[in-house]
Structure formats: structure tokens, C-alpha cells
Design a protein. Structure first.
Length: 124
């Protein structure tokens, strides 16, 4: 049974472009991970300042291995270096899913779900 992890990031309006840029710079890093099934970065449209980072994994163990992997660490280290190079660093330690020094998000929480039902449109 697949596992979904949704990282809920509170992002001030002035940091939205930065958050999206940081995720864009890491494109492709998670896709090669064993057990990875899906990723989406969801931008709020109205009524909230919370982005959703949706990932789907074959199992909880696969997700945990990804979080402990060199690729995960490298992605967050690269985000920190990019933030510092662009003047967004404030001497802070890397802040997890805030993606480096000078986190784009002011708050973060992770929701975990098991996929009970799923449907998709099949291309002809």
C-alpha cells in the first residue's frame, strides 16, 4: 500500500518565488529514489499562505530511506548554498524543508496518509 507524505509549508507572499525556485533547482533529485512514485508542489490560489509538497512512496520504509539518503542531504545542502549565494542566508543552519539558510517557509508540518483508493485517467 502506497504512503503519501504532505509537507505543509507556510510561506509569506514575498518568499513564494524563492520557494518555487529552490524546488525547481532540485528537480529530478527525488525521482530516482527507490520506492518513489509521485511528486507535486502545490501553490495556494486563495485563502491561505500554505504550500503543499505532495510525495507518494511505495512504503514508509522507502520514504525514510530517502530522507536519510545522500541525495536528500545534497538537495538541501544545494538549496542552502543557493540561498546564501543569492543573499538569502542569515547565518542560520539549514532548516529542513525550509530549504536552506534563510528559510522560505516560516512553518512546516508533515501529514502522512495511506492510499486506500486511487483513480486516474488513462491515455488512449
Amino acid at each position: 500500500m502506497s504512503v503519501v507524505k504532505i509537507n505543509v509549508l507556510t510561506v509569506p507572499a514575498e518568499m513564494r518565488d524563492e520557494l518555487e525556485r529552490r524546488f525547481g533547482n532540485r528537480a529530478g533529485m527525488v525521482e530516482s529514489s527507490d520506492g518513489f512514485e509521485w511528486f507535486e508542489l502545490l501553490r495556494p490560489v486563495e485563502g491561505t499562505d500554505r504550500y503543499l509538497v505532495y510525495t507518494r512512496w511505495r512504503s514508509e520504509d522507502d520514504f525514510q530511506r530517502w530522507q536519510q539518503s545522500r541525495a536528500f542531504q545534497a538537495g538541501h545542502a544545494q538549496a542552502a548554498a543557493d540561498a546564501a549565494a543569492q543573499g538569502h542566508g542569515h547565518g542560520q543552519a539549514p532548516a529542513g524543508h525550509g530549504h536552506g539558510q534563510g528559510p522560505a517557509a516560516t512553518d512546516s508540518e508533515v501529514w502522512t496518509f495511506e492510499v486506500v483508493q486511487s483513480a486516474g485517467r488513462k491515455e488512449a
